[in-house]
Every structure is written in structure tokens, then in C-alpha cells.
Design a protein around this ligand. Structure first.
Ligand SMILES: C=CC1=C(C)c2cc3[nH]c(cc4nc(cc5[nH]c(cc1n2)c(C)c5CCC(=O)O)C(CCC(=O)O)=C4C)c(C)c3C=C
Ligand SMILES: [Fe+2]
Ligand SMILES: [Fe+2]
Length: 353
């Protein structure tokens, strides 16, 4: 009997932050987050006790917010849906190969170490590391890649996608979601607020984190796509979810909402750095900032959904994975990366230094 030619075994690993499954896991999740040197850049001897303190202090208020979503975060089920959709698209695109999509969360289950063992058991020829963060930051993508590189010792050539701030399907999915909300607001003056998760300003000014620049790249592309169809729109970038005493990127989303109220316009708000629904969209944008807009008199207050399993976005992820496998063309590294950001240190899948 002659053996059929076997295709490649390809593992695609989706990186995300992770979220607590229930009330009891809120504190250990917060501890893992604040104990990451990418989040608190202090030596372990200071950072670990500080992480214990912050996670204890924050536990009750965070639990109350997770309780508003049924007790825990929907991030894992949402990410599983994206993984399933991507696996279907990639197996169709790469027929002959066997593609499996895995999920590695940074701070809660399935944690990186567990996924690394699963991927190793799969025995891949190729491993594509694909962050569910369109914009690169040391606090998210770099942290996940470092954890992965420390945990994975299985087979295969590893190739990492650093970022895709201006990938066509991602931009178009955003433009469509915002366009639908602008249609709902027709006849009422509104400002499109592109709300990104903030990071400390020092990471950008002192460490050259390209996150802010890549947020601006995404926003410029989305605005261009919308304006090509509807003409000029009123829009602004703002940063949500500020934590701790340091100066974060600004303006903050609450400041931007207050300004919209002062300017006498309503708001169409869109999450521009998140690709699925979770606490930052369902609680912070929908509830907290919705109440603020109401209080300050900015109306209407409409929120565009995160892209989730929108086919345009899943196609953009598939395209990033396929181009990482072939390493042709500029995507996924060319668009929006700072030329001096060590020209993407993860280009070859392993951290260069
Ligand atoms: C682009 C994505 C994200 C960046 C950048 C980011 C930076 C960052 N986050 C914190 C602190 C917290 N983040 C929390 C939750 C959380 N953050 C992101 C994404 C980014 N974070 C996600 C996807 C989630 C999970 C949401 C869920 O549903 O569970 C939390 C916990 C929630 C809370 O208590 O507010 C904290 C804390 C810092 C300090 C930081 C950059 C330095
Ligand atoms: Fe966060
Ligand atoms: Fe890059």
C-alpha cells in the first residue's frame, strides 16, 4: 500500500489576556496580571508582594463588575468561537494541511503552559503565534510571546504575527459596525469615539512601545474607510480603563465623553483595541460610560459591537496566519510597525534578545 503524501500539521495559537471564570477566580487572576513584569516593571521581590496587595484591594470591586456579567468573564467563550471560526477558514484555505487553533491566555485558564503542552502533543510542523491584539504593546503581545517562548519546547518552526493594525478585514469590519451605528443616529450630531485600553504614558515615551502609534494607524484607516462612503465624520481617540497612580495615555474616555457633552454632540463609541466582548466593553463602555454620557447630557450614546466572529475579521486573522506561514509580502509586519521597534523582534518566532 502506498502512503498518501501527508500535509503539514499547523498549530495556530491565539493569544489573549484571559478573564476569571467565576467570582472565586477574580483575585488569583488579578494577582497573575499585576505580577507580570510587563505590567508592573519592578523586581520580583517588590512586585510580588505588591501584586498580592493590589489584587486583595481590588478583589471586591472587580467581583462586583464581573457579577454584572453573570459572575465571570465571557472572554474565553468568545475566544473559543473565534478559534472555531478561524480553524474552519484556515482548513478550507490550506486544504491538504491539518490546522488546529489553540488558545493561550496570559493570566487565566487556559494558561500558556497548559496550551504549550497541548500544542506539543499535537506535534506540529509549523506553529503560528497570533495575538488577538491588533496593535502591538509590550504589556500584551510582547508579554504573551515571552511567556510562550518560556513555556513551549515542542516541535515545529514558530512564526509570530506581531500586529495587524491596518489589516483590510479588521478595518472594514470596524468601519461597517460603526457605519451601522451612524445610520441609527441619523439626523442627530454624533462624534465617533475610538476607545482603546490605556497604558502608562511612560511605556510609550520611555520605552518606545508602539501601541499608541498603532492605535492611531488603525483609527486613520477606519476613518478613511468610513469617510470614503459617507463624507467627513466627527471623531476622536480616547483611552479607557486607567489603573493606578501613574499618568496614562490620554485623553481618557470619560474626559472625551464629557467633552462631547460640552460640544453638544452624542457619541458612537467603539472598542478599537479589543476584538471581542468582555468586561471592558460590557461593563465599562455599556454601563459606566453610558451612565456618564446620560448624566452629562451627551445623547444618543451608541456603542458599536466588538468584531467577534464577523467573517471579515476572521478572514483578516486567516490572512495574517497564512502570510506568516509563507513570510511573503509586507503583512503582517509591515503595517503600522515602528521601523525602529527592533524591526519586530519576534519576526522569526523566537525573541531575538
Ligand atoms: C489592548 C488590550 C489591553 C491592554 C493594552 C491592557 C493593558 C493593561 N491592563 C491593565 C489592567 C487590567 N486589565 C484588566 C482586564 C483586561 N484587560 C484587557 C486588555 C488589555 N489590557 C482584557 C481583554 C481584559 C479582560 C477582560 C475580562 O473580561 O476579564 C483588568 C481586570 C479588570 C479590572 O479589574 O478592571 C485589569 C486590572 C493594566 C494595568 C494594563 C497596562 C499596563
Ligand atoms: Fe487590561
Ligand atoms: Fe511589528
Amino acid at each position: 500500500m502506498t502512503e498518501a503524501t501527508q500535509g503539514r500539521r499547523i498549530a495556530v495559537v491565539l493569544f489573549n489576556l484571559g478573564g476569571p471564570d467565576d467570582q472565586a477566580s477574580v483575585k488569583p487572576f488579578l494577582f497573575n496580571l499585576f505580577n507580570d513584569p510587563a505590567i508592573i516593571g519592578l523586581p520580583g521581590i517588590v512586585r510580588t508582594p505588591l501584586a498580592k496587595l493590589i489584587s486583595s484591594r481590588r478583589e471586591t470591586s472587580a467581583q462586583a463588575n464581573y457579577a454584572l456579567m453573570g459572575g465571570g468573564s465571557p472572554l474565553l467563550p468568545e475566544t473559543r468561537r473565534q478559534a472555531g471560526a478561524l480553524e474552519t477558514v484556515l482548513n478550507a484555505r490550506l486544504s491538504g494541511d491539518t490546522v488546529r487553533v489553540f488558545i493561550a491566555m496570559r493570566y487565566w485558564n487556559p494558561l500558556t503552559e497548559e496550551t504549550a503542552a497541548e500544542v506539543a502533543a499535537f506535534g506540529p510542523d509549523e506553529v503560528v503565534l497570533l495575538p488577538l491584539y491588533p496593535q502591538f504593546s509590550t504589556t500584551t503581545t510582547q508579554s504573551s510571546l515571552k511567556a510562550w517562548n518560556a513555556a513551549y519546547s515542542g516541535s515545529g518552526v514558530s512564526r509570530a504575527v506581531c500586529c495587524y493594525p491596518a489589516a483590510a478585514g479588521w478595518v472594514e469590519a470596524q468601519a461597517q459596525a460603526i457605519g451601522e451605528k451612524l445610520d441609527e443616529a441619523v439626523g442627530q450630531p454624533v462624534r465617533v469615539l475610538f476607545s482603546a485600553h490605556g497604558i502608562p504614558e511612560k511605556l510609550v515615551t520611555g520605552k518606545g512601545d508602539p501601541y499608541q502609534e498603532q492605535i492611531e494607524t488603525t483609527v486613520a484607516a477606519v476613518v478613511a474607510a468610513i469617510e470614503a462612503r459617507r463624507g467627513p465624520i466627527d471623531h476622536a481617540i480616547c483611552y479607557q480603563s486607567r489603573v493606578g497612580p501613574m499618568k496614562w495615555l490620554g485623553p481618557s474616555t470619560p474626559e472625551a465623553i464629557e467633552k462631547a457633552a460640552r460640544d453638544g454632540v452624542g457619541v458612537v463609541i467603539t472598542p478599537i483595541a479589543f476584538v471581542s466582548e468582555h468586561i471592558e466593553t460590557l461593563v465599562e463602555l455599556d454601563i459606566e460610560y453610558g451612565e456618564l454620557a446620560h448624566e452629562k447630557g451627551s445623547s444618543p450614546y451608541l456603542r458599536a459591537p466588538a468584531v467577534g466572529i464577523e467573517p471579515l475579521f476572521i478572514d483578516a486573522l486567516a490572512e495574517a496566519a497564512v502570510s506568516a506561514l509563507s513570510r511573503t509580502g509586507v503583512a503582517p509586519f509591515g503595517q503600522g510597525c515602528k521601523a525602529d521597534w527592533k524591526a519586530c523582534p519576534y519576526r522569526n518566532g523566537r525573541q531575538a534578545a
